[in-house]
Design a protein around this ligand. Structure first.
Ligand code: CP
Ligand code: NVA
Length: 300
């Protein structure tokens, strides 16, 4: 396997990740100027979605169109993947026709098996364990608003889920400290956390985690696939809502981020997500610019 992949943030060096921020900002400026920029002309992206998506699908599809290429949406409902064709065979076939493939699925192990049989780069568009594309957008957004994140502090308040794991990896790769506030029983994966022991720490008190933080981040309490745990989780996470008190505990110029979709009144209050410290719409837009930079990096 000689091609590059992007399954986690650890697949790229810190320098490459910083380069993607710069390139994402450049590509955003090119797009805003209305200039034609077709570096991926005739290239094809296959997009395999085993879970729902608004931002990821739209950002990859629009991004490929803007770069002169094509994106093809594939769902298990109308492909043989949904009828039991082995993931390895699907990888062999898709990678003979597409130039790059993105997958959103459940078990992280599934994307690793797919990648092992793919002849072209594979992008993780979310698994139960990680969501690295979202971090490319978050880091670009932070950089645009506040400059370099080296030495800064981020408060992750909520579930120790796929987004939390990608924030743990980001703390290592971009050089910030991550304070994680989650209820007992909802901690991030031990191995992921231990590997980042110098950069990430678990706290139980959300106000302590937010204390003087430069960025406050959260995500839904029940992720895709955990819908039946919604009520149980609402109880467990009741103390972990990001409200104006939490934002006031953070640094005076702290930003608020959320990968979206958000549940106002659950993990975040409406006044915070719709307030002046929130950069969630820039964050969502940057999915497209950051992933265009990623596609260029993987294909050119
Ligand atoms: N943040 C994110 O990945 O959104 P979608 O689920 O809408 O793609
Ligand atoms: N943690 C969420 C992220 C959605 C973009 C989920 O996996 O459903």
């Amino acid at each position: 396997m000689t091609h590059k992949n992007f399954l986690t943030l650890l697949d790229l060096s810190p320098n490459t990740l910083r380069g993607l921020i710069t390139r994402g900002i450049e590509l955003k400026a090119i797009r805003k100027a209305g200039s034609l920029h077709e570096t991926l002309k005739n290239k094809v992206l296959a997009m395999v979605f085993e879970k729902s998506s608004t931002r990821t699908r739209m950002s990859f599809e629009a991004g490929m169109a803007q770069l002169g290429g094509t994106a093809i949406f594939l769902s298990p409902r109308d492909t043989q993947l949904g009828r039991g064709e082995p993931i390895e065979d699907s990888a062999r076939v898709l990678s003979r026709m597409a130039d790059v493939i993105m997958i959103r699925t459940f078990e992280h192990e599934k994307i690793e098996r797919f990648t092992a049989c793919s002849e072209v780069p594979v992008i993780n568009a979310l698994t139960d364990l990680y969501h690295p594309c979202q971090l490319l957008a978050d880091m670009q957004t932070w950089f645009e608003h506040r400059g370099d994140m080296q030495g800064k502090t981020v408060a992750w308040i909520g579930d120790g889920n796929n987004m939390c794991h990608s924030y743990i990896n980001a703390a290592r790769q971009y050089g910030f400290t991550l304070n994680i506030a989650c209820p007992e029983g909802y901690d991030p994966d031990t191995k992921v956390l231990q590997a980042a022991a110098a950069s990430a720490v678990i706290m139980r008190d959300p106000a302590e985690a937010a204390d003087n933080a430069d960025l406050v981040v959260t995500d839904v309490w029940a992720s895709m696939g955990q819908e039946e745990e919604q009520l149980l989780r609402e109880k467990a996470f009741a103390r972990y809502q990001i409200d104006s008190n939490i934002m006031n505990a953070a640094a005076g110029d702290a930003l608020f981020m959320h990968c979206l979709p958000a549940h106002r009144g659950e993990e975040v209050t409406a006044d915070v997500i719709d307030g002046s410290k929130s950069v969630v719409w820039d964050e969502a837009e940057n999915r497209m610019h950051a992933q265009k930079a990623l596609l260029e990096y993987l294909l050119l």
